[in-house]
Ligand binder design. Structure first.
Ligand code: 13P
Ligand code: SF4
Length: 306
C-alpha cells in the first residue's frame, strides 16, 4: 500500500482527522481534512467529533486543540515542532511579571505555551488581534505577549497603549528591507502583502497586512496580478492553487538561506503522520489546572471574536 493510501486507511480505522496549518509542506496541506490559520484551526479542533486529531502544525497549536477539545486524542507527528516565539516567553517569567504588575490585563498571542495561556486573561490570533485589543479593559494597563511586532501593529491600528513582551518569530524577523526595496524595483506592479509578525519598519512597505487566511483571501479577491509575499513560504502553495493566474514572489530573507521556511513547521512529514496514526503517539497532554485556566482565556477569545 502506498503512503497516501496507508494514511487514508489509518484515518478511517482510527476515526481521525488531520488539521494542517498553511506553513506545512504542500503534500501535507493536500491530504489535510482541514487547513486554516490559527483561529480557524482552533475553531475546527473545538468542533471536531473525531476520536483523534492529528495536528500538522507546531506544539502550541496541538496544545490549543487539546485544551479546546479535551475528549479528543491529540497527536503531534513530531514533538520537536516547537516555536521560537513561544519559547521567548516561558511561563515562569510571565508569572513573575504578573506578580510584579498585578493590575495588568494580559493579552497573549496564541503562539505561546499552555502554561502562558493559563496565566493570560485573553488570547488572540493575528486575525482577531485588533478586535481583542479593542475589547480589552480601558481602565487597566495591558501587557501584550509574546510577539512585540504583532503588538506594535495592534497599537498602531487601535491607538491603545500596551506594554510589549520582547518576543518575536525567527521566520518573520528574517525578511530584509533592503532586498524588499530591490524586489519592488524589479517588480514595480507587485503589491506587498505581509504577516503582522514582521518588524514595523518592514510592515511600513506593505500594501496589505493580515493573518495567513487574510493574505490568502486578499490575493484571491484582489484584481491585482502580482504579489510579493512576506510570510512563511508554505502559504505560496495555497495561493498558487487558489489563484493560478497570478504571480507570487516570496519576500527574501537577510541571508542566502531558506530562512523564510519555519524549521519547526517543516519537521512534520507524511511518514511521521502515518507513524503517529499507527502508534497513537506522540500524544499531547495538558495538566488539568493549566487546562482549565488556559481554556477560559481561549474561550474568551472565541467569544470576543464572534
Ligand atoms: P496565522 O496563520 O494565524 O496567521 O499564524 C501564523 C503563524 O505564525 C503560525 O505560527
Ligand atoms: Fe513560531 Fe514563527 Fe514558526 Fe510560526 S513561523 S511556528 S511563529 S517560529
Amino acid at each position: 500500500m502506498d503512503l497516501l493510501d496507508r494514511i487514508l486507511e489509518l484515518k478511517r480505522s482510527k476515526n481521525a482527522v488531520i488539521l494542517a496549518h498553511y506553513y506545512q509542506n504542500p503534500e501535507i496541506q493536500d491530504i489535510a481534512d482541514f487547513i486554516g490559520d490559527s483561529l480557524e484551526l482552533a475553531r475546527a479542533a473545538k468542533s471536531s467529533q473525531a476520536e483523534t486529531i492529528v495536528f500538522a502544525g507546531v506544539h502550541f497549536m496541538a496544545e490549543g486543540a487539546k485544551i479546546l477539545n479535551p475528549e479528543a486524542k491529540v497527536l503531534l507527528p513530531d514533538l520537536r515542532a516547537g516555536c521560537s516565539l513561544s519559547d521567548s516567553c516561558p511561563p515562569h517569567r510571565l508569572q513573575a511579571f504578573r506578580k510584579a504588575n498585578p493590575d495588568h490585563f494580559v493579552i497573549s498571542y496564541i503562539n505561546c505555551s499552555a502554561g502562558v495561556k493559563a496565566l493570560s486573561d485573553v488570547i488572540c490570533t493575528s486575525s482577531n488581534v485588533l478586535k481583542i485589543v479593542d475589547k480589552s479593559p480601558k481602565n487597566r494597563p495591558i501587557l501584550f505577549a509574546p510577539d512585540r511586532n504583532l503588538g506594535a501593529w495592534a497599537i498602531k491600528k487601535t491607538g491603545r497603549t500596551m506594554d510589549l513582551w520582547p518576543g518575536s518569530c525567527m521566520v518573520h524577523e528574517t525578511f530584509s528591507e533592503r532586498k524588499l526595496i530591490d524586489l519592488k524595483t524589479r517588480y514595480p506592479q507587485a503589491k506587498v502583502i505581509a504577516h503582522p509578525e514582521c518588524e514595523p519598519h518592514y510592515l511600513d512597505h506593505a500594501d496589505f497586512i493580515g493573518s495567513t487566511s487574510a493574505l490568502l483571501n486578499h490575493v484571491t479577491e484582489s484584481p491585482e496580478l502580482e504579489f510579493i509575499v512576506a510570510t512563511e513560504a508554505g502559504i505560496l502553495h495555497q495561493m498558487k492553487k487558489r489563484a493560478p493566474n497570478k504571480y507570487f514572489i516570496p519576500a527574501e530573507p537577510n541571508q542566502n538561506c531558506a530562512c523564510n521556511e519555519c524549521p519547526f513547521m517543516k519537521l512534520n512529514t507524511l511518514d511521521a503522520i502515518a507513524a503517529c496514526l499507527e502508534t497513537g503517539g506522540p500524544e499531547i497532554h495538558v495538566p488539568a489546572l493549566v487546562q482549565k485556566s488556559a481554556r477560559n482565556a481561549l474561550e474568551l477569545m472565541l467569544e470576543w471574536s464572534q
